[in-house]
Design a protein around this ligand. Structure first.
Ligand SMILES: Cc1cc2nc3c(=O)[nH]c(=O)nc-3n(C[C@H](O)[C@H](O)[C@H](O)COP(=O)(O)OP(=O)(O)OC[C@H]3O[C@@H](n4cnc5c(N)ncnc54)[C@H](O)[C@@H]3O)c2cc1C
Length: 344
């Protein structure tokens, strides 16, 4: 079938029965892609899980034509990426979309790679832009070398590629129109739970170790904090408020934190309840990854720093003078032991 007639799929991420934000940004990408491919296919959202998800018909207001829902008790455990992948691959085999779009998170990196392996197609992660050339071939642009270089990939394989967008590049989708999406129940097919992973128990992660995309509270340090031992104050504050530690690109370049803790356009997008930005100027490549946080606190010595435009609470202060006192007070309140002398 002509690619222009095929549907554009987007994978719906949901939690506690509600659709998560990056999904809506994908609908805009899907509509744009459909127009570039000739406009014949349907923008189709795909929901996998066990139990109701609210607001699926309303995905039509964001541009989805229809929603395929696989609601099955075999999809009760989100950590069974192998089972989700078999469900998604089976669905894609039956319907034959032009491509499957995802917002990149820890969950979709696992799901996308596994589904692509089953479908024997390409999985392209970290995508910032997707274009269609005059021959209808998809071109994906993505950063390499930690954002210092870009590469362009041509998807010449006729099989539907799976494409994960960096969430920071997905525009916020404002509902438009009043057309509801058609919601269709789909069966999961003969997927067995045997083999693959077995869940023995689920353990609560230490907040400091939590993936920054999953964390409720994030403490992020920038160049103004300094490297190595100077950065200990950020870990100390994070411990005191049960936060997860993140950094701007200079911190990752200095190898003070690993790349998976970078926030920004070429790092991760975080949407915590609270983010504390310490010694960060607020370059737009950084703020693209944190501006959706609910409450923003910024500490910077420069009152004109751009980060203050995003702050609900801004403090003009030197991190290394302010934070030790703040941490002492917080530790005393919570009955925590202060760190050994000489360390922050
Ligand atoms: C293609 C591309 C992609 C990029 N992707 C990313 C990305 O994903 N993430 C990212 O972070 N960056 C990214 N960058 C880099 C980005 O442009 C900025 O250079 C970077 O975000 C700056 O980091 P910073 O705020 O830590 O450092 P700086 O801009 O150097 O800011 C340091 C701040 O600390 C303050 N300060 C200094 N001392 C103190 C102190 N003692 N107490 C309090 N405040 C103090 C200063 O006033 C200053 O505002 C990208 C750049 C490009 C070109």
């Amino acid at each position: 079938m002509d690619a222009g007639m095929k549907d554009i799929w987007l994978y719906v991420q949901h939690r506690d029965g509600a659709v998560e934000e990056p999904t809506y940004g994908l609908t805009a990408e899907a509509r744009r892609l459909r127009a570039s491919l000739g406009g014949g296919g349907l923008v189709t959202a795909v929901v996998l899980g066990n139990g109701p998800v609210a607001g699926l018909e309303e995905m039509g207001f964001h541009g989805a034509d229809r929603v395929l829902v696989v609601d099955d008790e075999r999809l009760a455990e989100r950590c069974r990426g192998d089972v989700f992948a078999r469900a998604l691959a089976g669905l894609a085999e039956r319907h034959g979309p032009a491509c499957v779009l995802m917002a990149q998170t820890a969950e979709t990196l696992d799901l996308g790679a596994r589904s692509a392996a089953l479908l024997e197609t390409a999985f392209i992660s970290r995508v910032m832009d997707l274009q269609v050339d005059e021959d209808g071939v998809l071109h994906a642009h993505r950063p390499v070398a930690n954002g210092y270089l870009f590469e362009r990939l041509r998807c010449t394989d006729p099989k539907a590629p799976i494409i994960a967008f960096l969430p920071a590049v997905l525009a916020e989708s404002v509902p438009e129109g009043e057309t509801r999406a058609e919601v269709l129940a789909e069966s999961m097919g003969a997927v067995s739970l045997d083999g693959g992973a077995r869940v023995l128990r689920v353990e609560e992660a230490d907040p400091g170790e939590l993936d920054i995309e999953e964390a409720d509270i994030v403490v992020c340090g920038g160049r103004g904090v300094g490297r190595d031992a100077d950065f200990d104050i950020i870990h100390r504050l994070a411990r005191a408020i049960d936060g997860s530690v993140a950094g701007t690109r200079p911190i990752i370049d200095w190898q003070t934190l690993p790349y998976e803790r970078q926030i920004g356009q070429t790092g991760k997008t975080v949407m915590p309840r609270l983010i504390v930005n310490c010694g960060i100027s607020g370059a737009n490549e950084y703020t693209a990854g944190m501006e959706k946080a609910q409450v923003n606190i910024a500490v910077n010595t420069d009152p004109r720093a751009r980060i203050f435009r995003f702050a609900d609470l801004g403090v003009v202060a030197d991190i290394h003078r302010l934070l030790p006192h703040l941490c002492e007070r917080l530790e005393a309140l919570r009955g925590h032991e202060p760190p050994a002398a000489g360390k922050d």
